[in-house]
Design a protein around this ligand. Structure first.
Ligand code: GTP
Ligand code: MG
Length: 399
């Protein structure tokens, strides 16, 4: 399963975003370095529910249905805050850049209200320039990678010579947390035209390598948080004008709406632009006031709280994943327990039906015979590339 990392400087709302997405009660507070250990949890992305199209009654198992959507699980990690100089051990330091390296895509949370300084200390909204926060994360991560490479470089060079390895093999086998596969390391070396011999690398080669490696392995979305604060509007305009693509978010609003929904006070479907106060519930005056604030300042102004949109952008745009419904019986659309359209799998871009078979179970993968497109009722070739919202039946040899 792919992992989405929630990252940024301290006190911008990373844990609030994480809590809003997962409903896991993590520590949130208005001072830097509240989070000191990463929190891992499951959030959900929306896809089209296909049962209506097939006129069947669904029985969700690994996912759930609400507001006409299917919500599919994605893994998230809430990371401790990073400050400028982190790669040299400042703030909570170096170790957290290692944590960043585990993520497949990043949500870079920034405080769009400009209400926190570069180390995350609260300041008057609008007084800190949010543009400064955007570049630093990339610089820190790139410099951390450079440091890791250099620390291991003698070993890489020796390994390359003694074992007669190509450079990508030598790097990948020596430094495991730099990339998830060797092919991306190779791609970086080739496209940056870097020396094939480790011994010949100069300072600028380490930098060029790290920059491209980050671009390829850490696709990043800027999440402009705290849009409920009026000062955020001007900053978002500036960010957009500078050419950044940002998602306006109020993590705090999403968390409040999700909690009120869970308590049964309101009806709120994540990602929507409205909610309904339930009739007959005893709602306190202060709660009503807070909800009205969210309605006016966030939902009516920005169209949604943005949390759902950010997760979906990371999953489908940054990672390019596709959601597929696997079934055992292509006519009844049931799994082997007779449940109708129970599961949805998020698969990597360019995955094939054979990959899907392995994702369901290694035995099903090993004994894979062929797959059927349940919509068209046709047999698919082994190398058929999965498309978003495909309903696929895998046929494997029973033993
Ligand atoms: N106004 C406003 N405040 C927010 C929002 N999201 C978070 N906050 C506040 O920002 C402060 C920091 O929130 P956290 O979620 O703890 O921030 P963090 O980035 O995880 O902080 P560290 O763990 O210290 O790095 C808290 O006071 C939150 O209530 C938001 O959407 N709007
Ligand atoms: Mg935190």
């Amino acid at each position: 399963m792919r992992l989405i990392g929630v990252t940024g400087k301290p006190n911008v709302g990373k844990s609030t975003f994480f809590a809003a997405a997962t409903l896991i009660p993590v520590k949130i507070a208005n001072y830097p370095f509240t989070t000191i250990e990463p929190n891992v949890g499951v959030g959900y992305v929306r896809i089209k529910e296909v049962s209506e199209e097939f006129k069947v009654k669904p029985e969700p198992n690994n996912s759930f249905i609400r507001g006409g959507y299917r919500f599919v699980p994605v893994q998230l990690v809430d990371l401790p805050g990073l400050v400028p100089g982190a790669h040299e051990g400042r703030g909570l330091g170096n170790q957290f850049l290692t944590e960043v390296s585990t993520a497949d895509a990043l949500l870079h949370i920034v405080d769009a209200s400009g209400g926190t300084d570069e180390e995350g200390r609260p300041v008057k909204p609008g007084s800190y320039d949010v543009l400064k926060d955007i570049k630093f994360l990339e610089e820190e991560y790139v410099m951390w990678q450079v440091g890791v490479l250099k620390k291991n470089w003698e070993k890489v060079a020796r390994k390359q010579e003694v074992q007669k390895l190509n450079l990508a093999e030598a790097i990948f086998s020596t430094i495991s947390n730099l990339a998830k596969n060797e092919s991306v390391v190779k791609e970086v070396i080739t496209s940056s035209k870097l020396p094939e011999e480790a011994k010949l690398w100069k300072e600028e080669d380490f930098l060029a390598f790290s920059k491209l490696l980050m671009r390829l392995t850490k696709p990043t979305l800027i999440v402009a948080n705290k849009v409920d604060v009026p000062e955020a509007e001007e900053n978002i305009k500036r960010l957009t004008k500078e050419g950044y693509s940002v998602v306006p978010v109020s993590a705090e609003a999403e968390l409040a709406l999700k909690r009120a929904d869970k308590l049964g006070i309101i009806d709120y479907v994540a990602g929507e632009s409205t909610f309904k106060v339930k009739e007959g519930t005893s709602i306190k005056e202060t709660q009503l006031k807070a909800l009205n604030f969210i309605r006016e300042r966030v939902l009516e102004k920005w169209g949604s709280t943005g949390v759902q949109q950010a997760l979906e952008h990371a999953t489908f745009n940054l990672l390019g994943m596709v959601a597929v419904y696997p079934v055992a019986d292509p006519r009844k659309l049931t799994d082997n327990k007779g449940r109708v359209l129970p599961d949805v799998y998020l698969m990597d871009k360019d995955s094939t039906v054979r990959d899907l078979a392995f994702a369901i179970h290694s035995e099903i993968g090993k004994n894979f015979l062929y797959a059927v497109d349940a919509r068209k009722m046709i047999r698919l070739s082994d190398d058929y590339k999965l498309k978003h919202l495909d309903v696929i039946s895998i046929v494997s040899a029973s033993k």
